[in-house]
Write a protein that binds this ligand. Sequence first.
Ligand code: ADP
Ligand code: MG
Length: 322
Amino acid sequence: ERMRDIDTVVVDKTGTLTLGHPALTDFVAEGIPENEALALVAGVEQLSEHPIGLAIVEGAKARGLTPQPAGAFDAVNGLGVQADIDGKRVLVGSRNFLAQRGVETQRWEARAEAWRAEAKTVVFFAVDGIAAGIAAVADPIKESTRDAIAALKRSGVRIVMLTGDSKRTADAVARQLGIDEALAEVLPEDKAGHVKRLQATGRKVAMAGDGINDAPALAQADVGIAMGTGTDVAMESAGVTLVKGDLRGIARAAVLSRATMRNIRQNLAFAFGYNALGIPVAAGVLYPVFGLLLSPVFAGAAMALSSVSVVTNALRLNRVRL
Ligand code: ADP
Ligand code: MG
């Protein structure tokens, strides 16, 4: 029911919009042979559960490389991963992740920007404090996404994308999809805060997510939409579950809820109309001038007809095109 008032839909880039299965597309290293570097990076990522990690491990294996055994692994949500390999400290993650650990990444920036402009996600890696290269992964956009966004925009809804990825990549994805606004480099714990900020500007916000790190944002939204490929946490914090994890469902839910509310208003108007006419007649307003009184038989029939018309109108909801 609250879906009707929604004027903003916030989506998470991974899992909702994209297939959630990125692949390694580019890799460069300096100071270490490229294959050796990729085996190191894959060594750290094999201990990660992030889709970026899976993409890098698969990419390394596809090149016939074996990920190096790694220890002392640590993952920082929304930023990156680190581990020790052969006594060397290897960091893999966003520019901010490396910067926070005192690693200078400037010399890789120009190339990173070029890849980001192609809507790729770029991660940096460092070995013993020196930025040694970058990797790019690309996550194909779901076929259904473009249609879903077009349908939502036609119904007057503003679409905002939230992502932990860089601004340039987020803007490139947003441009490809016709998304109105992209909020980038958002840490998982800040997602709910962004939803709150949109609400503070008077917007009614629906948030679609997979619950992997957006459950608080789903709960904060006016309508939380758990995408069906997501987690149980997502479904528990959300008001609506789209079983197929397909954004087109949001457009359908919006159309259905608007049609339902329109129908309810029509029915109230019907019922009010009948009563506004019937009750005064039954009470005798027409009697002094026309000598007319409503016989109880007709009054009863009118009551029944009123219910029939309301139910018939409600049944038209079956024919709403979703
Ligand atoms: P989103 O959910 O928006 O895709 P995340 O919050 O999961 O983004 O991650 C944000 C950024 O953190 C990634 O774009 C990447 O730069 C970095 N990152 C997170 N996990 C990893 C990882 N396992 N390996 C490399 N980089 C990572
Ligand atoms: Mg994520």
